[in-house]
Ligand binder design. Structure first.
Ligand code: 13P
Ligand code: MG
Length: 365
């Protein structure tokens, strides 16, 4: 049995109205193009959206970073950009800043999370997709799932988990990476991932090197100094039998965590877990939200999806997120609702400052 690869590649190539949701014509175009590749490049595929991001979930046997798979995703986004332009959708082609495909969509605009593994007897996989936030948003949740026994009792009670996990962290500013083994290095890990605008968990592995989780770390909004909104990351997590259980993997989303993104990619706000029917960003272009689709991966086929946050068990966190949203919104243009000056450097604020620059006078003391 060949190893299975799951590739989740996403891009915002236009939405309606404004930055709120993907148009059905884009979903249809993408679904058709991927379906045509089943039995050829792909084993299986599923197309969905979170807010204004078009999400391509694909299985195949070509491994991660496959040029053919990335080219396919690129072509889907190009075709959908054309559809978006015809409909004059908002931000048509927003996440496609590069002119031509250059072998890998990483660093070109779209976000990518991939993993390759040998299927277990039964392989539950969760795909998380977020809107109106950046890649560091997963840090808190991955720590809770794979390193915190108060979230994941299996770390204490299940011998197949008690060794702990290894976290690979990327420094998006210094362009370098480091790995921390947990639980023994959990404080060192937290020293970095507590600053999610710079340090992002890219992978989580079992201690024997088996992949457990993979995220997209692309920061499109900092590419070439462009101001292009939020990155809206994706994440793949394997569950059960040697990994945290399905329920342990979604449990931390009951905590209303403040993340960076939301309006103009320039504000902190609560990350709200929602079912697909609520995966549309409206209030103040948000609030930031996350959906989770559960699949059984069976000989490369995607059995599912199950819409994991479509559950009254998440009603209370949604209510708490709304309360937090009211509280932080009341601060208007003040920090910490507005991002720190450092992060605002990638928004339209520097243009305002540039205009006002000549009016500043030295204090003279
Ligand atoms: P997106 O990056 O999701 O398009 O959002 C941009 C934005 O400015 C929202 O206010
Ligand atoms: Mg958008």
């Amino acid at each position: 049995m060949p190893r299975t690869t799951i590739s989740v590649i996403k891009a915002d190539v236009g939405s309606f109205p404004g930055h709120s949701r993907t148009h059905p014509k884009l979903l249809e175009t993408a679904a058709k193009m991927l379906k045509a590749e089943r039995g050829k490049l792909l084993v299986d595929s599923f197309v969905t959206h979170c807010g204004d991001d078009l999400e391509l979930i694909m299985t195949h046997t070509r491994g991660v970073d496959s040029e053919a798979i990335h080219r396919l995703a690129w072509n889907v986004f190009l075709e959908c950009t054309g559809v978006a332009k015809n409909l004059k959708l908002y931000g048509a082609g927003q996440d496609m800043p590069a002119d031509a495909f250059a072998g890998n969509v990483r660093g070109m605009g779209p976000g990518v999370a991939e993993m390759e593994f040998e299927e277990r007897e039964s392989d539950p996989v969760l795909v998380f997709m977020a809107g109106k936030t950046g890649p560091g948003a997963w840090n808190f949740f991955l720590y809770k799932v794979f390193a915190d026994p108060f979230n994941t009792p299996g770390l204490v009670t299940d011998p197949s988990l008690s060794e702990g996990f290894v976290f690979e962290v990327h420094d998006l500013v210094g362009k370098r990476k480091i790995s921390f083994a947990c639980p023994e290095e959990s404080y060192s890990l937290l020293a970095y991932i507590g600053a999610p605008s710079r340090y992002v968990i890219r992978h989580v592995f079992k201690k024997d090197g088996t992949i457990a989780a993979s995220t997209s770390t692309q920061r499109l909004n900092t590419m070439a100094g462009r101001c292009r909104g939020t990155d809206d990351p994706v994440m793949i997590v394997r569950a059960e039998s040697g990994f945290p259980s399905m329920g342990e993997a979604i449990e931390p989303f009951t905590i209303p965590v403040l993340v960076a993104g939301w309006m103009r990619g320039a504000h902190h706000g609560p990350l709200m877990p929602v079912g697909l029917c609520d995966a549309n960003c409206t209030r103040f272009d948000g609030p930031p939200r996350v959906i989770c689709f559960g699949f059984q991966v069976t000989n490369g086929k995607l059995i599912g999806p199950a819409d994991m946050f479509d559950d009254p068990g998440f009603d209370r966190v949604r209510a708490r997120c709304n309360e937090l949203a009211d509280t932080i919104r009341a601060q208007g243009p003040f920090e910490p609702h507005r991002l720190s000056s450092e992060e605002m450097a990638y928004t339209t604020l520097p243009a305002v400052e540039k205009k006002l620059e000549p009016r500043w006078e030295p204090l003279g003391d």
